[in-house]
Write a protein that binds this ligand. Structure first.
Ligand SMILES: [Zn+2]
Length: 271
């Protein structure tokens, strides 16, 4: 599943080719994504210039003078920029063709992704209005997490993976950040100290920043190749390392399932 760092890498990869360009044509080969792709975009977008490509959580926001196209990659979606005459492959569902002969193409085998049009302020859109802060934003810090978590009995892992609290902390990033901060994933969120939350906020920023940086240097050419997203191969401390030696203390890394998600931690280093 594309996580926040992959979405941010996608944004950085596609923007230089399409920002400032005018849409010529919109092709919808299959509108049956998670929600139907609004057929009105075929009429509304041609002749309009793409002003900016931004991101909120895992949504890409393509801003036009008359509204915003919201794109979510779902479980298996990816975007690439191809020449207008590039033949579509199977699962290439939506094309935004621009006057510079390039085309932004959405590929999504499992069709859990979405393409939606809104004329309201994106921050008021029902899919975005309840999202917590961006992890790399200054407003996201230890004080914020500590304040928000008082009296909360939910586990710290579930707490930081809840997008109402902060966006973009996927399962791998949650395990890795909790390890770095020395917090046991089952600890009640309300029982974690301010000092630990400061470490945790810093750890979350570090792992997400590293993933974005790696995405920018290792992965894919957005104007060619297969445009397939993949997990960034970060050096992981605990995730996927059940039974292997903890890099910090040498004891075996533990594994459990929490909220149906694989969870990895060190019982010695995380309390
Ligand atoms: Zn350890």
């Amino acid at each position: 599943m594309p996580e926040l760092p992959e979405v941010e890498t996608t944004r950085l990869g596609i923007s230089p080719h399409i920002q400032g360009q005018t849409v010529n044509n919109v092709i919808v080969r299959n509108k049956n994504l998670r929600w139907p792709v609004p057929s009105a975009i075929k009429r509304i977008l041609p002749g309009k210039t793409l002003l900016s490509v931004s991101r909120r959580g895992k949504y890409l926001l393509l801003e036009f003078p008359n509204g915003v196209l919201l794109i979510h990659l779902g479980m298996s979606g990816s975007l690439q920029v191809v020449n207008n005459d590039t033949r579509p492959r199977k699962h290439d569902h939506v094309d935004l063709c621009f006057a510079n002969d390039l085309c932004l193409r959405l590929h999504d085998p499992r069709r859990f992704g979405s393409v939606l049009w809104t004329t309201e302020q994106p921050k008021h859109h029902k899919l975005l209005k309840d999202l917590g802060p961006e992890p790399l934003d200054k407003t996201f810090n230890g004080q914020y997490l500590w304040q928000l978590s008082r009296k909360r009995r939910v586990s710290i892992k579930q707490f930081i993976m809840d997008s109402h609290n902060v966006v973009g902390v996927g399962n791998i990033y949650a395990s890795e950040s909790l390890f770095r901060a020395g917090i046991h994933p089952r600890r009640a969120a309300g029982k974690v100290s301010l000092e630990r939350y400061k470490l945790l906020a810093r750890a979350i920023k570090t792992v997400i920043r590293a993933a974005i940086k790696q995405g920018g240097t290792t992965l894919r050419d957005f104007t060619g190749g297969d445009g397939q997203p993949g997990y960034f191969k970060q050096r992981l401390n605990v995730y996927g390392r059940k039974g292997e030696a903890c890099r910090q203390c040498g004891k075996a890394v533990s594994h459990c399932v929490m909220g149906q998600r694989a969870t990895y931690y060190c019982t010695h280093c995380q309390k």
